[in-house]
Ligand binder design. Structure first.
Ligand SMILES: Cc1ncc(COP(=O)(O)O)c(C=O)c1O
Length: 380
């Protein structure tokens, strides 16, 4: 048999091992997708588009109307792109991969603020670039600038930003984004800004786009999508916008691979961007869950977590329980019927577990009760 790509087996499978759907009696704090239905007007627009015959090939970048709607949406964050420099891709994930394919060469080093969402690491390896995991501060999961400066070498080519962050729930302060832009400028780096959780900020400080800063605009590739605040994970819709030279490459990547996202998904994607009430309602629910979850967890001896500032994750330090995070997650599932993600599936995630609050208050309350009882029983 001919040899396969030598690096393919070195890619991790992320959280997969801990995402297996458990039996019904298990409370799942693992899933990173909203537990809401896609808003009805979006679903209706998709049905209408199918009925009206939008079945054929179309503009690779996405319809002009949709690209304009994305450009208009990004104005909300003071980022201004021409619709010609916007492309709609099959998910934020695919858009990230395009950004890497266009901006990186083999052996280029890319900084990740760690623990980082595992797909970045795997995607970078797919394009033969080298992920460099730089540990964030443990007390608040914000960037450690000394560590970032120390990690930079002549081969460093980019930094990936994800704020609000999966898995930490941190939202970086405007000053931190400015410092990152400054570092990128000094070392001539690309910034891949994964802003998929930008509308899920609960802290007083908002999401700040590096592309909204004069020094950041020409080196930032902005990537986001419909999965989270519009509850559209299965629709596979994401966007990418950036400097013209990058976007020409991105258009080439898409034209020669996916061609485009399904034609009949373009009108509903546009409808989603026009909604106000439905995303607001989901936001309010997440915000309430975050407060309840954090309060219940902080009453449990042995667990410590900063208040999440955004997204829908709490990253909990379990070191005081005396267990490592893999043992903690496995035993919690077996003995207390609660499923969580162990942090050491990500570099610098040791002794942490990620809990998602994309689930009901009832589940959050019951899950925390089980964790508390279980720890009381097994901890001296
Ligand atoms: C940080 C981050 N980026 C991107 C994605 C994937 O987005 P999409 O569903 O649009 O591919 C996720 C999904 O969990 C995520 O957490």
């Amino acid at each position: 048999m001919p040899e396969i790509n030598r690096s393919i087996n070195s890619l991790g499978s992320g959280f997969a091992a801990f995402l297996t759907p458990p039996p019904e009696d298990v409370i799942r704090f693992t899933v990173g997708q909203p537990d809401f239905r896609t808003p009805e007007p979006v679903v209706d627009a998709a049905k209408l588009a199918l009925d009206s015959g939008l079945h054929g090939y179309t503009r690779s970048q996405g319809s002009i109307e949709l690209c304009k709607a994305v450009a208009n949406h990004l104005q909300k964050y003071d980022v201004s792109y021409s619709h010609e420099d916007v492309l709609v891709a099959p998910g934020c994930k695919q858009a990230l991969l395009y950004a890497m394919m266009v901006c990186l060469n083999p052996e280029d080093e890319v900084l990740l603020l760690a623990p980082a969402w595992p797909s970045y690491d795997a995607m970078l390896k797919l394009v033969h670039a080298k992920p460099v995991h730089v540990k964030v501060h443990r007390h608040d999961y914000h960037p450690d600038f000394e560590a970032i400066e120390q990690a930079i070498t002549p081969k460093t080519k980019a930094i990936i930003l994800n704020s609000p962050n999966n898995p930490t729930g941190a939202v970086y302060f405007p000053d931190e984004i400015k410092r990152i832009v400054n570092i990128a400028q000094r070392h001539d780096l690309w910034i891949f800004d994964d802003m998929i959780y930008a509308d899920l900020v609960y802290s007083d400080h908002p999401y700040l786009s590096p592309a909204s800063l004069p020094q950041g605009k020409n080196r930032t590739v902005t990537i986001g999508g419909w999965s989270k605040i519009w509850a559209m994970t299965g629709w596979r819709l994401g966007w990418i916008a950036g400097p013209g030279v990058v976007m020409e490459g991105v258009k080439t990547c898409q034209a020669n691979s996916a061609s485009h996202v399904p034609t009949f998904l373009m009108p509903p994607a546009e409808v989603a961007l026009s909604l106000i009430e439905e995303p607001r309602q989901m936001f309010q629910d997440f915000e309430k869950r975050r407060r309840v979850f954090h309060e219940l967890l902080s009453e449990i001896p042995g667990l410590k977590a900063p208040m999440p500032e955004g997204a829908f994750y709490i990253l909990v330090d379990i070191s005081e329980t005396g267990m490592d995070d893999i043992t903690f997650a496995n035993r919690l599932l077996e003995e207390a019927r609660v499923q969580v993600i162990p942090g050491s599936l990500m570099p610098h995630g040791e002794n942490l577990v990620r809990m998602s609050y994309a689930t009901s208050i009832e589940n959050i309350t019951e899950g925390c009760k089980r964790i508390r009882k279980w720890l009381e029983l097994i901890m001296p």
